[in-house]
Design a binder for this molecule. Structure first.
Ligand code: PLP
Length: 422
């Protein structure tokens, strides 16, 4: 009989969103006339901008003609897209990133999990730090890869370092007072909506340089930054290209959650260590530093066959003048939702964070209720689905997340209903 990867058995059974789904389904079944508004899962609602759709149509037409048909593309992505990304997202912001350091993919969720392929597989190889609360993928993929022990009674895994993000530190955790090899940072943050200042990111880069750590920087929500002083990329910080890998996605920027396109930047100067006698293919011998770019390139070309030509042309269109304008309008629409949510809930007496540089509003529960009690209250009394903060980690207890990804009509209606019951 085949042996399973029994690390999967360590995963907590009730993953957040299935549990939400279960409770909502049970309520909806018992109350078929209830008009439930879902402000929980962060999925976009608005259609793709016209320029992007036109680019896709043109690409479809190319695929229909023998002369312009495309089969497999380069695994790392077409040059036209890698170049547009490097130029528009990095060089234009003064970041020293080249097109061949950009790897196009079908999603940041996949990249965030797959990146672990290029790091030491054993639990003792790396000390890994995550923030708490956290986008659950960073934790669960490390559990699956065998980098942790079992979960304790609070649901935290042995071996992971949890960096607490609380109202006291404005949801930007302090630098750890121990050495870690890999640290996940996400700014603007899901779920708290917090951002990191230039000074805070510079501290992280300095820490990583001093400890030879690698920062895995998730910038999926960078397009939502409204404050001009906040960096959009970790590479805006001098020295970051030696210590950081950055994940970006078109999902929340351009409405690509269903289209699927993202990218990971692995600068050629970020290094990892090979054990003595191990794996530098050219020079077997002493333990040595290996560019992570070399490994990620190998991984990507071996396990991935890139993103469809049509989708890459669609992503490229986000960088045209018209595309940029339309994408900005889309982001502005969700940001206006976030503002309405934030202001509506504050005026109902709730304490709110985020929602200014991010599409998520992080709300303190009313009357010190638990996150799940508040979830149940809002589901049953307001027919509004939010995300319980405790599902993102123990520091999320006492909070709930409201997503701005919805129609204006739903946002207005949901806020009115929540205000009536808190
Ligand atoms: N990173 C963060 C922080 C997210 O919140 C999400 C999606 O919700 C993703 C990555 C996933 O992005 P993608 O749709 O590219 O897989």
């Amino acid at each position: 009989m085949a042996q399973i990867n029994d690390n999967y058995l360590k995963l907590k059974a009730g993953y957040l969103f299935p549990e939400i789904g279960r409770r909502v389904a049970a309520y909806a079944k018992a109350n078929p006339s209830a008009k439930i508004i879902r402000m929980g899962i962060g999925d976009v609602t608005e259609p793709l901008p016209a320029t992007i759709v036109e680019a896709m149509h043109r690409a479809v037409d190319e695929m229909s003609r023998r002369e312009t048909f495309r089969g497999y593309g380069p695994e790392q992505g077409y040059d036209f897209l890698r170049e547009a990304i490097a130029k528009n997202d990095y060089v234009s912001r003064g970041c020293d990133i080249a097109a061949d350091e950009v790897f196009v993919s079908d999603g940041s969720k996949c990249d965030g999990g797959n990146i672990l392929d290029i790091f030491g597989p054993r639990r003792e190889d790396n000390v890994i730090a995550v923030c708490d609360p956290v986008y659950p993928i960073y934790v669960d993929t490390n559990v699956m890869a065998g980098h942790t022990g079992a979960a304790d009674e609070k649901g935290e895994y042995q071996g992971l370092i949890y960096l607490r993000a609380t109202a006291d530190n404005h949801f930007s955790p302090a630098i750890p007072n121990q050495r870690v090899d890999i640290v996940y940072l996400c700014f603007p943050n899901n779920p708290t909506g917090a951002v990191a200042t230039r000074e805070q990111l510079a501290e992280w880069v300095e820490y990583a340089q001093a400890n030879e750590s690698v920062i895995l920087f998730d910038a999926a929500y960078e397009a939502y930054i409204t404050d001009a002083s906040i960096p959009h990329s970790i590479y805006e910080i001098p020295g970051a290209r030696d210590v950081a890998i950055e994940f970006r996605s078109f999902s929340k920027t351009a409405g690509f959650t269903g289209v699927r396109c993202a990218y990971t930047v692995v600068p050629k100067t970020v290094m990892g260590h090979a054990k003595p006698g191990a794996s530098d293919p050219g020079s077997r011998g002493a333990g040595t530093s290996i560019p992570l770019h070399q490994l990620w390139n190998r991984r990507h070309t071996t396990k991935f066959n890139s993103v469809s030509y049509i989708v890459q042309r669609a992503a490229e269109a986000t960088y045209t003048d018209a595309g940029r304008q339309q994408v900005r309008a889309l982001v502005a629409f969700y940001l206006e939702n976030a503002k309405l949510i934030r202001e509506g809930l504050i005026s109902a007496g709730l304490t709110c964070f985020g929602g200014v540089n991010a599409p998520y509003v992080w709300v303190k529960t009313p009357k010190n209720k638990t996150s799940w009690d508040t979830f149940d209250l809002l589901l049953k009394e307001a027919n509004v689905v939010v995300t319980p903060g405790s599902g993102f980690g123990i520091s999320g207890e006492g909070y709930f997340r409201v997503s701005a990804f919805n129609s204006r009509e739903n946002v207005t209606e949901a806020i009115g209903r929540i205000r009536r019951v808190v």
